[in-house]
Design a protein around this ligand. Structure first.
Ligand code: KIV
Length: 296
């Protein structure tokens, strides 16, 4: 293996998910977290979740995180799409595989993209199983619109661990005319609360709550027996998730609810500018970065 390359700690293909995994390179056993571990955290220590899309970033996040979400935000964050509607099963599977290869301890949940679960229960089951088999992830996530809890029940009864997603649902962006925070009036609050209740009753092991006022996030968290994981939903949830590129400062603009923990864009620009200077003044590559023929 190339020096400095990522050392995959992937389980053997037949290793039980959520079980003990032998890491061939580190020669140690690691138990990857699974749906029951996350479900058991209701009301306990806050669940730490970030999105991840690539193997090296997953490897860097694995130690700190309980859960890595291969969100369909990958379409916007990595592929430059205007929203998540254009994200495909193939994109989710490729990024899911990468995140599984890079991580070893955190639970990995892969988003089901728009159009992959709405047509019928059978379509949802076939695509969920495909994601689980081809990535090795421990669960899938679906956005819990009005009819989706029935799909969640169908999947969970057939052995697919599912995470729900209520409040602002990015896949509904074209129906709603934008990314709009939820729960501003009583009718909307009641709708979000009902969708969360039905999602939990359908068997979801946890629910992402996105873009809602603090009072509604607390109401939802009290109303459901499974952990809520908030994004733009206050500290009133059982855990938090952020889009990793936002919190690392890769974009000039971030929403109000994001805290920037780094300035990676600034770092990349600084490094690229230094590299350009070194190439132009021929100080790179230097003797330390050069191969020499053996002296005869
Ligand atoms: O796709 C995604 O990254 C998500 C998070 C915003 C929760 O669904």
């Amino acid at each position: 293996m190339r020096r400095g390359a990522i050392r995959p700690t992937r389980a053997p293909r037949n290793a039980p998910q959520g079980g003990w995994i032998l890491s061939a390179h580190r020669e140690e056993t690691v138990r990857r977290l699974a749906a029951p571990d996350i479900a058991a955290r209701k009301g306990g220590a806050p669940i730490v979740c970030l999105t991840a899309y690539t193997a090296p970033v997953a490897a860097a996040l694995d130690e700190a995180c309980d859960l890595l979400l291969v969100g369909d935000s990958v379409g916007m964050v990595v592929h430059g799409l205007p929203n998540t509607v254009g994200v495909t099963m193939e994109m989710m599977i490729l990024h899911g595989q990468a995140v599984m290869r890079g991580s070893r301890k955190a639970m990995v949940v892969v988003d089901m993209p728009f159009g992959a679960y709405e047509a019928s229960h059978e379509q949802a089951y076939a695509n969920a199983v495909r994601i689980m088999k081809e990535t090795g992830a421990q669960a899938v996530k679906v956005e819990s619109g009005p009819t989706v809890p029935e799909t969640i029940a169908y999947l969970t009864k057939r052995g697919v661990p599912v995470m729900g997603h209520v409040g602002l649902r990015p896949q509904a962006v074209l129906m709603e005319g934008g990314f709009k925070a939820k729960g501003r009036d009583e009718a909307e609050r009641a709708k979000v609360l009902e969708e969360a209740r039905l999602t939990a009753e359908a068997g979801a092991f946890a629910i992402v709550v996105e873009g809602v006022a603090e009072s509604l996030a607390r109401e939802v968290t009290e109303a459901v027996a499974v952990p809520t994981i908030g994004i733009g939903a206050s500290a009133g949830c059982d855990g938090q998730v952020l889009v990793v590129d936002d919190m690392l400062g890769l974009f000039d603009w971030t929403p109000k609810f994001v805290r920037r923990y780094a300035d990676l864009k600034g770092e990349i620009q600084r490094a690229a500018a230094q590299y350009a200077r070194d190439v132009r003044d021929r100080s790179f590559p230097g003797p330390a970065e050069t191969y020499y023929a053996k002296k005869a």
